[in-house]
Structures are given as C-alpha cells and as structure tokens.
Design a protein around this ligand. Sequence first.
Ligand code: ADP
Ligand code: MG
Length: 248
Amino acid sequence: MSILEVKNLSKKFENTEVLNDINFTMEEGETVSIIGSSGSGKTTLLRCLNFLETPDTGIISVKGDVLLDSDDPSTLSENNIRHKRQHFGLVFQQFNLFPQYTALENIMLAPRLKGESSEAEIRERALKLLDLMGLSDRSENYPHQLSGGQQQRVAIARALALQPDILCFDEPTSALDPELTGEVLKVIKRLAMKKTTMIIVTHEMAFARDVSDQILFMDSGIILERGTPDKVFGNPENERTKQFVQAI
Ligand SMILES: Nc1ncnc2c1ncn2[C@@H]1O[C@H](COP(=O)(O)OP(=O)(O)O)[C@@H](O)[C@H]1O
Ligand SMILES: [Mg+2]
C-alpha cells in the first residue's frame, strides 16, 4: 500500500485555480522532489498536505487512512486536524527556531508538549538527531550562535523529533548563502539514504536528480510530468518540462 495517496486535489484562491486536479502516490522510504517555476502551486500543495490550507476538493490518505475527503464532511472537522498534521513534518525556507531556547531544547519542545515519552527518552532521541545532523557539539548553542546552515539542520532535527510518517521540505536551502547550501543538502541526502520518506520542493536540480525516486514537475497548478529523475530530466515527454530543465 502506498504511504501517501493524493486524488483529485484542487484549490482555488478567489477565482484563481492554484491546484487543479493533483494526483500522485508515493511509497514508504521514497524521496519525491517537486520542481517547477515560482507560482506553480508547490507551496500550496505542501500546505494542503499539512492541513495549513483546506483543499476545495480531493482525497488525501496516509497508510490507507483517509485524512481528508472533500465529499465527507466528517474528515473536514477541526477537532482532529492536529492529529492528522502529525503524519507530516515540515521544514520551511525560514528555519524559525525559538531564539530563547538552545538547539537541544528546540528539538525537545514538541515531544515534551506531546507528553508521550519520558524526559530521558526525549533527550536521548534529540541528541541522536543532533548527531545525525552533524551537530553534536552544538546542543547547548542558541540559534544566534549558529550559522544559517546549522540552524536549518536543527530545524530538520526538530521536524524529525515527532517521528512523522512523511517529512516535507519547502525550499530548505533558498534562504541560505550558497556556501551553506551544501551542508544542508548533505544531511537531507543522508536522510534519503536512510530511507526517510520525504517530499522536497526544491530549485536544486542536480540535488533533486541525485536523491529522488520520483520527480513531480508542476506548472500552473497541475502536475505536468511525473517520473524517475532520469525520465524527467533526461528524457522529458512534455515540451514545457524540456524548456524548464534546459533553462537550469
Ligand atoms: N493565500 C493566498 N491567497 C491568494 N493567492 C495565493 C495564496 N497563496 C498562494 N497564492 C497564489 O497561488 C499561486 C501558487 O502559489 P504557491 O503555491 O506559493 O507557488 P510556488 O510555491 O510554486 O511558488 C500563486 O499565484 C500565488 O500568488
Ligand atoms: Mg513556494
């Protein structure tokens, strides 16, 4: 069974069709990259998956559980949206760490609030995540003492701390100086090699080609082309895709 199924997802803002009949599936352990020009609907798609926006129509299922079905009002009720969000972790362009907390505390905060594990377990997991991010020596540093790349790696650890089924990234390196981009891409690649299920919106085409199992090319609110990196980058079917990948 696919870990994620998205069917007939559409979303309008006022009269603009921002997502138009989006359909795709992904398997557990896959990395899916979403590429496409600015304004094509990539962020809105991620926000719909994370219940930060409500789609107008469509079905979203995770591991066979229907999280949202626009024809079934019970799935649109507010009360279990918090619960549904927990299927997804989200890493934004802006890392938004809490400035008053150390790196370690930033990672421990959400699991503490969730209150399902002991303080010792939460701490141990947070330290492991910092290690995975190559930041073992930075646990007691505050965000202002860290570079942008280090802060973004803490933000990735923070998103992983709640053990989401699917980790989503929205242009995770776009706010970074070019020399800091590499260290963040490196840890995301490490996660891909550990078979973390991920959806990555990115403009880093060489990276997307290297780490992804599937590429979705979005254009004006539709998935214009979908396939392996070799197909989408090397042998695209659609003329628009060809133009996009040749321009970069
Ligand atoms: N809250 C909003 N209200 C109105 N229009 C929006 C809103 N959010 C996004 N849009 C519009 O939806 C389109 C897709 O935006 P977005 O999903 O941010 O694209 P991308 O992430 O691919 O750049 C754009 O035309 C944008 O202006
Ligand atoms: Mg965007």
